[in-house]
Structures are given as structure tokens and as C-alpha cells.
Design a protein around this ligand. Sequence first.
Ligand code: 3PG
Ligand code: MG
Length: 390
Amino acid sequence: MKKIEDFKDLYQKKVLVRLDLNVPLKNNQITDTTRIDKILPTLNFLIQQNSKIIIISHIGRPKGKTNSALSMAPVCEYLSKKLSKKVDLLNQNLFEIKPQEIFDKSDDKIVFFENIRFYEQEEKNDEEFAKMLSKFGEIFVNDAFSCSHRAHASVDKITKYLPSYCGLQMSTEVDALKKVTSDINRPITCIIGGSKISTKISVIKNLIPKFENIVIVGGMANNFLEYSGHNIGKSLKEDNCNPIVEEILSLAKENKCNVLIPTDVSVGKNLEDSKTIKTLNEIEKDDLILDIGPKTIKLICSVLDNSKTVLWNGPLGYFENPNFAIGSIEIAKKIVDLKDKIFSVAGGGDTIAVLNQAGAFKNLNFVSTAGGAFLEYLEGKEIPGIKALN
Ligand code: 3PG
Ligand code: MG
């Protein structure tokens, strides 16, 4: 990957920067700013070079439609404060803007495109869309490692049309992960939680031969509980997953990988509810499984006691409600307690938010901004955004 720091002449160059500022939001307020804070060095570098900066990012999954709850506006506001610079949110249709005019009124500002996933062409990696985007810049920088596992237009196809470089955070993360995965100590425990079941369930298959223990929590655990014959009420789950769950369990047996799923849970009747601890046989039709229970916490802690490395992506429960953040916070604390005995790596936007809540962020050996991309990196898969830069 060519690094933007090595590019010689950035003076007044229009630099199109893809960032992953997909930060957690609650009522249009950013609840964790880590992903923004981490890319400030790249923007400051470009500012020092007197480049003209145009930022592309996404928040959430608007599925090709404009959705004001997923506007980049709160991110622009925060960024403007952090950089002490004007940040202009461009919310007109990009197809209707003349690229040469966006810096017309003022040179001294950053231009920020509205959520790029408001365009359905983005996720389709659409050629014409990428070409249109490329007209806004002279150079492309990808500093979005955490969404580089997506072959989307502003990550992948755009590199066909502009000289392309990686940003400072991207190269830091990739170098760190390379190092972590090349000299890793066993036994290794991998904890996989969160709510993006469809993304992660297929990744697990490929992780099984690599690790001694895989702890399946969060939304995905519900699919495993249902497969093993338990009622999961109204809990989040992915449809038609039984064949893959079966394959994962049989691969685990073959490879002597210990797959751990919850043995007790914490439920509510809705996301705002208080918690009730239940055994797996007590779950009712209208229950939502929202966290692991105390027995499962103990079980995971004992696995960690016997591990030399822990890799963690995805909260263990619905941490947005503090009643269901207990599993995540207890595991974060346990990892910190073991800090002299275990090498710890965690990744993902929500995982970072949980680590910050638990006051654990600084005590881990490495924290990646990436969740899905982090898991795919562990799989040993080629990451489209990285491939496109090579
Ligand atoms: C993330 O938060 O993991 C990235 O922004 C990618 O989001 P996605 O899973 O919706 O593609
Ligand atoms: Mg995320």
C-alpha cells in the first residue's frame, strides 16, 4: 500500500478521503467518538500540507435511501470543533453538483459528503457512481480500514479512477494486526458478539481451525441456542442459519476447537426493560435475550484464565441499555485483571464503546477501530479495500 505521507506534492491538491465515521448514535448524538478521534492525524496532515479535503463516509445501513436519523451532520459538527475548521456538509445530490465549484465560496474549509450509503450505487460498487465520485478529487485516500472488507464504490471501484493511497490510521492498524497475528501465543480465545449475525456467522467457520476457544455471544448466540432446541422468544436472530450452525459445530469437533455458547441469559420484554436472569429452559415467548447471565460470565472468565491471547469483537449483549451491558463490562474487566498474563486485542465500533464504558480501553494491548474487517483479517482473507490499494 502506498502511504499518503510519502506523497510529495499535496499543496492545493483536492484529496478525496474515505473514512469510516460510522460512530454509535443515540438521538442524533454521538455516544463514542473514538473512530473520529483516530483519523484526526490524517486530516491534520492534509491540512498542514494545504490540501483541499473532501470526506466520504457512511453511518449505519440506510440501504440506498435518505434517512435523516443517519445524517453525517453530528459528525461534521464534532469534526469542525476538533479541527477548528469549517466543515461543510454537502447534502445536495452529488450527481447535480459541479465538482469544480465545491470550493468556490471558500478555500479554507473541509467538504463533507452526506452519508454515501444514501446512494444505492455505493454498496453495488457501481462503476459510474465511482467515476462520478472520482471527479471531485485528484487523489484518493482510504483511511477506513474498518469498512475495507466491503467492496463498495467509495472503497473499491473508485481506486480505478484516481491515484490511491492509504491513510495514517489504516497503515497503523494493518501493521499492528500483521504483527499480532504473526507472533501469537496459544491457547487463543476468540470472543464474537454484536448484532451483525449475517456478516459474522460465515467468518466463524474459517476461524475454527485457528483458535482453541470460540465464545459465541450477542445476537449470533441466539441462532446457536435455537439450533440446540431452546426457545429464544422474540430475540434477534438470522433466518435459515441452521445448516451453517451445524457445519460450525461439526468443524469445531473435527478441529478440537471448544465452542462456547451461553448457558444462562438475561432477558427483557423490550429493549428499555430491566433485566431478569433466566436459565435456558425458562425463556418465554415474549422474552428478548439481551445479555448473558452470571453463570456464562463465570464460564468465559475461566476460559480466559487459561488463555494466552484473547481476540474480541462485538458486545456480549444490548449494551446500549446499562441493564444489559453487564456481560460486556465484566468480560472487559476480567481481561484487564489478567493483563500481565494475557495478550489482548479487541476491535469494532461498539466494542470500543463498551471498552470505554468499562474504562478498559487503555489496558488492552491493541484496539482496532475495525470489527467485521478485523474478523476477516483474522480469517486470512483478502480485504477488498486493501487489495484495491495494492
Ligand atoms: C462497521 O461499523 O463495522 C463498518 O462501518 C462497516 O459497517 P457495515 O457492517 O454496515 O458494512
Ligand atoms: Mg459497527
